[in-house]
Write a protein that binds this ligand. Structure first.
Ligand SMILES: [Zn+2]
Length: 478
């Protein structure tokens, strides 16, 4: 079944893609851009842009990757079954359910007890319904680039499983992210700890997760480590301070996904107004939803001020919810308005609004156009809705300042599909810029000049990546 293939048949696959011409699935990563880009004689805008986009490394501003060690040992609670089903467990599992797969079959599919080859039999009836979505395209592209498998089907699934198994080996992340996906560095929001002391700190840079600091308080996750006993709000402030003092110099940003349970309309509530509420929450007394909100609001701003003192941008989830059958769409309608409120309240804080506020991206473009401190991150967007992401980028670039858009974040727990997502992003960035040229909104030189900033330069500046890389080389946990 292995057919003597190398684990990462990069050259062969890129050649295959080039042979497919402009209609091919991917642009392969050809290495860092060098020299001034130029249009070739007889080129259309698309070909020249594609060459440049394909050879420009991406800064990946959002991932949930588990550390490589966890992948190699398979010992992470995020890995349900250590076989090819892990590749579709984040996010295609949701499309599998919403297209009609019964939950019992879904559970069997992701169970470690089920034979990996039988898993295809469970997925096959539903595959035609979902294989065109961004979630599925990213997985299929990754299988092609990493395992040399053209498409997922009954005949190839054995090779997919074989490729999956062989790829999990030391050096995997460097190979997948840098060599195949053409990514310079990632920014990881760990779902396992508030800040991961990565042994690969320059590749897997980290956000400080502030979710449990302002939505909890999550004592287990945050107070145990600094060894602070929490009796009142000022103790909790000291816990927050500890995380910033300890990891602020090494983190690239802070991140909150509070928008999964409420709007992001955080009001600047003073500490004396919520001291009693905090005590009640601590002793597990009942508090009203309004009091609970005021406490979360106060703590959000406490964290945001610490972040700003440490020169860390504040990343905030906006828009669509991962998962299935639980999203109240009306709540999302308030996200862009609330984002403008955050920008107004703290003009010195740089806010990064994630996922383009899909599907309400036009509203967020208006916020970015109007507020100096509003940045928009396309993380997750190219797989959430590839065509909407393309439309967003076109609209954004002719509306709001180009220095405030970040065009890629894989947003994955498994590392492999990042390859597919990056390929979709490269295709979309190329198409958006070429489209603007074709339609006469941009000239060719203008389009080429935007490639490096939107793919990596903006992120390098916003997150101060040169200085962070130097600091991380001296990180105390190494
Ligand atoms: Zn995420």
């Amino acid at each position: 079944m292995g057919q003597g293939r190398s684990v990462f048949p990069r050259r062969a696959v890129i050649k295959g893609s080039a042979a497919a011409g402009a209609a091919g699935v991917l642009g392969g990563f050809a290495g860092p851009a060098s020299g001034a880009p130029d249009f070739h004689e007889g080129d259309d805008a698309f070909a020249a842009l594609r060459r440049l986009v394909d050879s420009t490394p991406l800064v990946d501003t959002h991932e949930h990757l588990i550390e490589e060690k966890g992948r190699l040992t398979g010992k992470s609670e995020r890995i349900k079954a250590d076989d090819w089903s892990f590749l579709v467990g984040h996010y295609l599992d949701s499309d599998m359910l919403t297209c009609g797969m019964p939950r019992s079959d879904h559970e069997t599919f992701f169970s470690p007890e089920t034979d990996p080859l039988r898993k295809w039999e469970l997925l096959e009836p539903y595959w035609p319904r979902i294989r065109h979505t961004g979630y599925a395209q990213a997985v299929e592209i990754a299988a092609k680039r990493l395992y040399g498998v053209e498409r997922l089907c009954r005949e190839t699934i054995g090779r997919v499983q074989d490729g999956y198994r062989k790829a999990v080996k030391p050096g995997m992340y460097e190979m997948v992210l840098r060599e195949v996906a053409g990514i310079e560095s990632c920014q990881v929001n760990s779902l396992e700890v508030p800040f991961s002391e990565s042994p690969q700190p320059a590749l897997l840079m980290q956000d400080i997760s502030i979710l449990g600091l302002h939505m909890g308080p999550d004592l287990d996750a945050y107070a145990t480590r600094p060894g602070i006993e929490v009796h009142d709000l000022s103790d909790w402030h000291r816990v927050i301070d500890w995380w910033f003092e300890t990891y602020g110099p090494f983190a690239v940003a802070v991140k909150s996904q509070a928008a999964y349970s409420r709007n992001i309309d955080f009001e600047d509530v003073p500490p004396e107004d919520v001291e009693d509420v905090f005590r009640k929450v601590l002793s597990k007394d009942v508090v009203t939803p309004a009091d609970e909100k005021r406490l979360q609001d106060h703590l959000f701003w406490y964290c945001t001020r610490r972040a700003t003192e440490h020169d860390l941008p504040v990343k905030v989830h906006t828009g669509y919810y991962a998962g299935d059958n639980h999203m109240p769409l009306g709540r999302l309608l308030g996200n862009a308005d609330a984002a403008s409120g955050l920008c107004r309240t703290a003009p010195d804080t740089r806010f990064v609004f994630m996922h383009i506020n899909y599907p309400f991206y036009e509203d967020l473009i208006a916020v970015a156009k109007h507020y100096t401190n509003c940045y928009v991150d396309m993380c997750w967007a190219w797989i959430l809705s590839p065509v909407a992401a393309n439309r967003f980028l076109k609209q954004y670039l002719v509306t709001a300042p180009a220095n405030k858009v970040l065009t890629f974040g894989g947003d994955y727990i498994p590392v492999e599909p990042v390859v597919g997502h990056a390929a979709l992003a490269r295709r979309g960035i190329t198409a958006a810029l070429a489209g603007l040229v074709d339609e006469g909104w941009l000239d060719r030189e203008g389009a080429l000049a935007l490639v490096d900033p939107i793919m990596r330069g903006n992120a390098r500046t916003l997150f101060n990546l040169e200085a962070k890389t130097a600091a991380l080389q001296r990180a105390p946990w190494l």
